[in-house]
Design a protein around this ligand. Structure first.
Ligand SMILES: [Fe+2]
Length: 202
């Protein structure tokens, strides 16, 4: 996630009671995505997503606000067959997070709906087979109403809810269907071992 460019006050989001797509969200995304190059598109999506959060217009399913006890939850909100994008809601219990991972070469726009996330960016320096060397870059505190983007090849980061008691909900718009990714387990001296990881939905 790049620098958070838009912020809003931390206000509660009214959840819906089912898992149906949010028409306001999908109409806004359709308009923002259509016929735009990647950099312009993700910039527009950041503004769109942050604005919808700030204006409390995201009517997300109630279960999105329920954490899973042993892993961060991934719930499909919407997939657009025509434009190809996918919207996933992620729910982060206290302390839950990810290892360093990639995004399978897909662009991604991520917005924080509730709570706060720590996002640490990594830059790929060199590879030797399945061993990758990264250098840690910027650490961001992404609060409610923040939105940022990842554009390959700059697609490596960790995400963690560092709160001891609050859950965090984030919304992720991908430029395709991300059904697997690579995660990187630390070895030594900045080197990591690449592992393929299938991604499931809750
Ligand atoms: Fe990510």
């Amino acid at each position: 996630m790049n620098a958070m460019t838009v912020t809003a006050t931390d206000r509660p989001i009214e959840p819906e009671t089912d898992h149906s797509p949010c028409p306001v969200l999908t109409a806004a995304l359709d308009q923002a995505i259509r016929d735009r190059p990647c950099v312009e598109l993700t910039r527009a999506l950041c503004q769109t997503l942050a604005g919808l959060i700030r204006e409390q217009r995201l009517l997300l399913p109630a279960e999105v606000f329920q954490a899973c006890p042993d892993h961060y939850a991934r719930r499909l909100i919407h997939h657009c067959p025509e434009l190809g994008y996918t919207v996933i809601a992620m729910t982060w219990g206290p302390g839950q997070g990810t290892p360093v991972h990639d995004h399978s070469g897909l662009w991604c726009v991520e917005g924080v709906v509730a709570g706060s996330l720590e996002v640490i960016q990594y830059e790929l320096m060199e590879t030797r087979g399945d061993r990758f060397r990264f250098e840690q870059r910027q650490t961001l505190a992404a609060g409610s109403g923040s939105a940022g983007s990842l554009i390959p090849p700059h697609e490596y980061h960790t995400i963690r809810n560092v709160s001891d008691e609050d859950i965090c909900v984030s919304l992720h718009v991908y430029g395709g269907q991300m059904e697997r990714c690579c995660v990187f387990q630390p070895l030594a001296d900045g080197w990591y071992l690449r592992q393929d990881k299938p991604l499931s939905l809750d």
